[in-house]
Design a protein around this ligand. Sequence first.
Ligand code: ASP
Length: 432
Amino acid sequence: MSQPDTKKGLLEVYLQGNLLIKILIGLILGAIAGLVFQDAIGIISFLKPFGDIFVRLLKMIIVPVVMASLIIGCSSIAPSELGKVGFKIIGFYLGTSLLAIVIGLFVGTLMQPGFGLDMMGVSSDLAKTAESPTVSEILVNLVPTNPIGAMASGNILQIITFSLFFGIALAFIKDSKDEKIKQAGELIYSFFEGINQILYKIIGWIMQYAPIGVFALIFVVFSTQGGAAFGSLFSVTISVYMALVLQVVLVYCIICFLFKINAFKFLSKVRAPMITAFVTRSSGGTLPVSMKTAEEEMGISKGIFGFTLPIGATMNMDGTTIYLGVCAIFIANAVGVPLDFAAKLTIVLTAVLASVGTAGVPGAGAIMLLMVLESVGLKVEAGSAVAAAYALILGIDALLDMGRTSMNVVGDMAGTLIVAKSENDVDESKWE
Ligand code: ASP
């Protein structure tokens, strides 16, 4: 009688535990066990399916998530409401995201995190080589001849292109003056919003399995690689944070300077949203704090921040873009397939789009990393070295998420301030 109760109790305790901590425990236990049982072939083959299931679950979700989130991301703003402020803020958000990915790739190329971590040793099938098409091939291949075929074969770049067309067209339909067409657009929008919610629910469930999957994948890495993986995790973390700091200094501080804003004052004013984003790891969750700061600390009018901050929390993710660039380089190095120029160019495109499609919730960027990897031919297959390297990143994702979410929010605040300033809509007394 008491046994089922105990079992239920354990499951409940497991489900209620903090996910971050559970994944971190999975990483640490997997690493320790892997170091203790070096090259333990029997244990490796027993644990491998647990890791493989996790990777397959992630793969299962990627195509629908990319589609639904991009469609929702592109269609959530009504073209008629965009106006001057809308164009300015979207231009700012996309421009700074572009600079962010360039900085991320620059720091990644300089630091080469993951270099020398021969992950190929963890899998026999490995390293699919990163394809290196020419720039014109990349551009031509962006356009699917058959969107359903692109979905069926998981061609991420073509899926992105089709989703962008679909999302932007939906924005117009939903904004139509013809009531019937407008209603049809709203229906489709609600449909995709529903799909998005369902997918995030499924991701929540997959993430409950993540600690077990991460444990199994990390065990295999450490059992075959020894302690070398620790150093590379340290280097990827340092690289991400270095790039985040560079983004603040080279992009936001210089923009502040150009608009005659004291950058130190700006950074000191945005500390509350920065800290909130750091601890909650959610731009969406930080929105109330960002709005309060914009109004009370920065003297920006509600007409501006009420529009720009929610858009920012949905589509402007400079920190996530940096993370995607650095981690793609880490994984490519770890599997011994360094990225060439064409692959980096593809990452510039996919990371900016991925950041538009990333939801402002904890860990969303890690799902988008799968899309970026796939776009450069680093297939995350069960049992592959890419999957093992990805698991390493997932193990420390919380740490990376804190920094990138903070940066995402700082980017929203910077864009809002600059647009408000250009519209003469800032209470200057708050800046004296
Ligand atoms: N947690 C991030 C945010 O809310 C998104 C991400 O995971 O990159 O902004």
